[in-house]
Design a protein around this ligand. Sequence first.
Ligand code: THU
Length: 139
Amino acid sequence: MAITESVYGDLTAAARRAAALAYCPYSRFPVGAAVLTGSGAIVAGCNVENASYGLTICAERNAVFRAVAQGPGRLVIQAVLVYTPTPQPTAPCGACRQVIHEFGPDAELIAICDGPAVIRSRLGILLPDAFGPGNLAPY
Ligand code: THU
């Protein structure tokens, strides 16, 4: 189901607010992500870096994990909107695509920035033939 203009606006506002809270002293590349759940809730996350660089968590995964922890029940991801304060939009990294797939194999993915360019796609297009819960089901 396509999201409405009003929900698009709410996702944008939530992702922008989250980006402003990003902890990114090493990359200086703030990212905000907003997850739209199956029940219409919006849960946001920002990237959180660490002095041990590899422990950094991306905004998208932070938002997904927050949505799982918030409940209620099993998370279904309808859409994820990513905001970066950059001239070009940033699509979710491969690890984040994999994590989004777990809860939203058909999720809409939107990436916006400070310029006019927008990436609007679907998880199944950005991560085709993904490995997921269905692969484990027969075993
Ligand atoms: N980052 C995200 O939050 N999401 C992405 O999809 C790409 C990268 C973060 C991780 C790191 O804090 C910074 O951007 C630079 O890689």
